[in-house]
Design a protein around this ligand. Structure first.
Ligand SMILES: N[C@@H](CCC(=O)N[C@@H](CS)C(=O)NCC(=O)O)C(=O)O
Length: 220
């Protein structure tokens, strides 16, 4: 049976898109990729996407949306399996994937904060989440040990923000979280995580932060 045509609709800075890309790359699945401008969404995309959000994965004529659903679909259909087999452990992994989305929300609040109070509240949120992760992560190199999992595919894009924040003078994120620091270092050097974005990602993120006009914008 021939393989379906996979077409991923992307935005170059989107961490949720990267989750899908890392999953595709880990499995060596060929796919086509179209980048759209979220500030000017094309009509064909609005017709296709019920939420108006990326990623969208077209599987032949079928449309999938929501990055976790896309990652789990790919994991069911293509090897090697990235989710654990045991149902309880798998459910825990799904919960940590959700936690990665919450962490992305806290990071967004940080780098778009309009004033110092908002910035400090968001910093506390991010640090609180890192502390939770410190208690949950394995001794490495990946979230659950030797093998990469969908939790790693979700957190690779999260960790990508920190070097950019550090370059804007915001550091110390992992001072109390050595295991998370080691995990982040391993993921940011891992080929599928590296290749999930295009060259120039950090500069584009800085331009985006500047465009938001918040506290950090003045440092770009
Ligand atoms: N829960 C969604 C979130 C996706 C999401 O927020 N995508 C953002 C870009 S990173 C988006 O498309 N935003 C466009 C909009 O909200 O109009 C998922 O996991 O796929």
């Amino acid at each position: 049976m021939s393989q379906p045509r996979l077409h991923l609709i992307s935005f170059d800075l989107c961490p949720f898109v990267q989750r899908a890309v890392i999953t595709l790359l880990e499995k060596g699945i060929p796919f086509e990729r179209t980048y759209i401008d979220l500030a000017n969404k094309p009509e064909w995309f609005l017709q296709l996407s019920p939420t108006g959000k990326v990623p969208v994965l077209q599987v032949d004529d079928a449309t999938l949306f929501e990055s976790s659903v896309i990652a789990e679909y790919l994991d069911e259909v293509y090897g090697p399996q990235l989710h654990p087999l045991d149902p309880l452990t798998k459910a825990q992994h799904r919960a940590w994937m959700e936690f990665s989305s919450a962490t992305l929300g806290s990071l967004w609040s940080f780098y778009t904060a309009a004033n110092t109070e908002g910035l400090e509240n968001a910093r506390k949120d991010v640090l609180g989440k890192i502390a939770r992760l410190e208690a949950a992560v394995s001794n490495g190199p990946f979230f659950a040990g030797e093998s990469i999992s969908l939790v790693d595919a979700a957190f690779g894009p999260v960790f990508r923000y920190f070097p950019v924040l550090e370059s804007l003078g915001e550091s110390g994120w992992f001072d109390a979280a050595p295991k998370v620091h080691a995990w982040s270092t391993a993921l940011l050097a891992h080929p599928s995580v590296v290749d999930a974005v295009q060259p120039g990602y950090s500069d584009k993120l800085k331009v985006f932060i500047k465009s938001k006009g918040g506290v950090l914008a003045t440092r770009v």
